[in-house]
Design a protein around this ligand. Sequence first.
Ligand code: NAD
Length: 253
Amino acid sequence: MSASFFDLRGKTAIVTGSNTGLGQGMALGLAAAGCNIVAVNRRAPEETRRRVEELGTGFLAVDADLASTAPIDDILAQAEARFGGADILVNNAGIIRRADSLEFTEQDWDEVLDVNLKSLFFLSQAFARHCIDGSRRGKIINIASMLSFQGGIRVPSYTASKSGVLGLTRLMANEWASRGINVNAIAPGYMATNNTEALRHDPERSREILGRIPAGRWGDPEDLAGAAVFLASSASDYVHGHTLAVDGGWLAR
Ligand code: NAD
């Protein structure tokens, strides 16, 4: 093992939902290891562009709404046209809807499942075909959640989607490990981003959550950078179907 195991120079990563939050933190971590970034977003990722370009690697913004699978082929085509293809896919884009299960609507079910699970699967499928057709190794990193392991409360479609992400990570690893593609996931703990704004502004929930994080603080987007580089690099070539918690110790509690 040498430092070059974590070297991503010459590689290209597609990172969905990288204009803010955890996606931005992982894109910056990958870029710091030398990787070009294809940032897939509904809005122009200008801050991410500036910070990646400061790190000296290539950056391409692709406009896409992953509420549907329609943009998927174009994402791969743009990565191919600009960088000659992609080596890494980070399926980070995700949404959450909060309501009591007794009141939960079908719309809040469908919208969350479409982004968090359906688009994740079909983008992974397109990426795996791209790797196999181009005879290149591939690394897929899915973003799971504590609610891949726990039930949660008032977030039924989110729990269903993130529990599904853990299962699909294993399934895709089983099918594609022999094709040179590593499929793994990162399960972030409670991180300070837009996704958890409602929780952090609820004094009681916020106190309860913080009180059981052994690290004694909410996570930051930078906290995912090291795990993302590990799972994107050759250091993890024999790691398949694993969901790595980066949670300040939450699950150990
Ligand atoms: P965030 O809301 O800041 O980021 C979500 C990202 O997904 C944004 O870039 C957003 O634009 C993008 N996105 C949402 N819907 C999209 C769509 N239809 N098309 C394209 N992009 C879309 O929140 P975050 O916390 O950074 O979330 C990133 C991922 O991490 C999500 O999958 C989330 O479920 C997961 N996660 C977050 C936490 C946490 O504590 N913050 C914990 C576990 C998992």
